[in-house]
Design a protein around this ligand. Structure first.
Ligand SMILES: Nc1ncnc2c1ncn2[C@@H]1O[C@H](COP(=O)(O)OP(=O)(O)OP(=O)(O)O)[C@@H](O)[C@H]1O
Ligand SMILES: [Mg+2]
Length: 531
């Protein structure tokens, strides 16, 4: 990055200027003498040629007009100007010089009693004036030298002013560039002083941590912990005391009610003596990273549970088959009127129930082992409703089926998809403890994002809805808002897994207090034979 050190540049300029002055002092001074009296011309020339202070090259002009003409053609270092000239007096000459933007040090020679003229001439920018008294010729070279030095000093000052103005503009540009970079880095930045007060923050920080009062001036522990004093393991204090960079993770609920995770990194900022006077804190939003990590952990847990379930199911399967076989053998041996027959039938029902549970466990743990067939989703919905309709009716939940055109087939596993629909309807049921309705519709859609045609099935309930703060988490394994006896938090994550195995997708729309709608998309099967 281009950065200009102000003091360094000023030093450089000073050096440059002083060399220029040294050079000019050793060269011949080009002087223009505007004087109408030849006698005075001669006297002045003689006096200046005798000077030991400087070497001079003198050109004379007998009138103001001639002087201006010479100025147009030649370069002069200094002008010696008599005030009393015919046609054009000294002031008019000065005015003409100004009009032509000629900036040459000029010394005016005035007669006795002309001080007022001299004051006016000074206002017009002459370097000095001299009265034609007895001794003036001997002082002339010194006056010229002084005028030259003053003029040079003025020139240097002006140059310095211009360069400083230029440097200031560049500094402002650099500052703006830096500010833009700082606000575009996608991370928060704050600077904290020794009293833990925030002395500066970037725009990102102000957007992330919206507060009623200004962040600047606020103690860092109020901003991050809403505390009233320093945190127990204060990373700012550690950085002030040790000068070592500190890194911690911190989570908080933001102004929208969402939990956010941040990584804070503190770096010491030192003054010219090497003392730590402030601490810079970099604030990175790692919420997505943390939730990904959690997902990975939870998916791992789910996989482990799946393994366990499938192992258990396999081990239970063999003895169960034995129990069923023997029960059925006994049923054949015992007559229908035998009082023990009813007991045996109950055992058989129990064993059959266990066999279904084992089968389901195996299905859950290995969804990809299922056979896929062409399915009409209306039929799958019908079959699912047969299983759950009664339960819903008892709880005052009405099912409304929106009419639809015949649907194209999809490729899938009936039991698995039923499982998904059941999970969704069970969730709706729990969201409507006082009753309500579930509206079911099915249609075809084209998704322009992946250019696929889908059959979409919608389940819209009139329940309590899903708060914005948790809607991103409901598909996470084990995420539940229900008591332990009602929910394990696996329903939607299993549904999600099954839909993924069908190359489909699931979406949710909900507003707290206004129900929830789940949409499940299944790719339309491209079968040559159809049904
Ligand atoms: N229709 C819905 N209305 C309101 N909230 C819902 C709805 N469906 C899901 N949720 C929310 O999503 C959470 C997760 O749902 P999920 O089905 O994964 O688990 P669960 O129902 O809590 O437990 P499980 O399904 O394992 O018995 C629920 O606890 C609930 O907070
Ligand atoms: Mg559920």
């Amino acid at each position: 990055m281009n950065s200009i050190k102000d003091t360094e540049v000023k030093e450089e300029i000073k050096e440059e200027l002083s060399t220029e002055t040294k050079e000019s002092s050793s060269t011949t001074i080009r002087l223009l003498l505007v004087e109408d009296s030849p006698q005075h011309q001669q006297l002045i020339q003689d006096a200046l040629m005798r000077s030991t202070l400087m070497k001079m090259n003198i050109t004379t002009a007998g009138s103001g007009e001639e002087g201006l003409e010479l100025l147009e053609k030649n370069q002069y270092d200094v002008i010696l100007l008599n005030y009393s000239l015919p046609h054009m007096n000294g002031l008019e000459f000065l005015w003409n010089m100004r009009k032509r933007e000629l900036n040459i040090p000029t010394i005016m020679i005035t007669g006795h009693g002309n001080e007022q003229v001299a004051v006016q001439a000074m206002k017009m920018g002459i370097s000095d004036y001299v009265n034609k008294d007895g001794d003036y010729l001997n002082k002339l070279d010194m006056i010229i030298q002084r005028a030259l030095e003053r003029h040079e000093l003025k020139r240097q000052q002006e140059e310095l002013r211009q360069r400083t103005a230029y440097i200031n503009v560049r500094l402002q540009q650099e500052k703006r560039k830096l500010e833009n970079i700082i606000s575009a880095i996608g991370a928060g930045l704050i600077i904290v002083d020794r009293n833990y007060r925030i002395t500066w923050s970037n725009r990102t920080m102000e957007e992330w941590f919206k507060t009623d009062s200004d962040i600047k001036g606020m103690p860092c522990y109020v901003l991050f912990k809403r505390g009233s004093s320093n945190c127990d393991k204060c990373m700012m204090r550690a950085t002030f005391e040790t000068g070592v960079i500190q890194r911690v993770r911190h989570s908080l609920i933001n102004h929208d009610g969402e939990r956010k995770h941040y990584q804070l990194t503190t770096t010491p900022l030192m003054d010219v003596n090497g003392d730590i006077v402030q601490v810079l804190c970099l604030v990175q939003d790692i919420t997505q990273q943390v939730s990904m990590q959690l997902k990975v952990i939870q998916t791992g847990k789910l996989a482990a549970i799946g393994e366990l379930a499938s192992g258990l199911a396999h081990q239970l399967n063999n003895p169960l088959v034995g129990v069923l076989n023997y029960v059925q053998l006994l049923q054949r041996r015992i007559s229908k009127d035998d009082p023990n027959r009813e007991l045996l039938d109950t055992v058989e029902r129990g064993a059959l129930q266990c066999r279904d549970i084992v089968k389901n466990l195996l299905n859950f743990s290995r969804p990809h082992h299922f056979n896929f067939e062409l399915l009409d989703l209306q039929v799958v919905i019908d079959n699912t409703l047969v299983l759950i309709e009664n339960t819903l009716k008892v709880e005052n939940i009405k099912i409304i089926r929106d009419p639809s055109q015949p649907l194209p087939p999809i490729e899938g596993n009936m039991t698995q998809i039923q499982q998904v629909f059941l999970n969704l309807m069970m969730n709706s049921r729990h969201a409507m403890p006082g009753g309500g309705e579930i509206r079911i519709s099915a249609d075809t859609v084209h998704d322009p994002d992946d250019h696929q045609d889908y059959v979409v099935v919608k389940f819209a309930d009139s329940g309590h809805g899903i708060p914005k703060s948790i809607i991103d988490k409901i598909f996470d394994p084990f995420f539940t808002t229900k008591d332990k006896e009602y929910g394990t938090g696996l329903g939607l994550s299993i549904a999600h897994g099954i839909i993924k195995a069908h190359n489909g997708k699931i979406k949710v729309e909900s507003e707290e207090g206004k129900g929830a709608t789940f949409m499940i998309y299944f790719p339309i099967a491209h079968s040559k034979d159809g049904f």
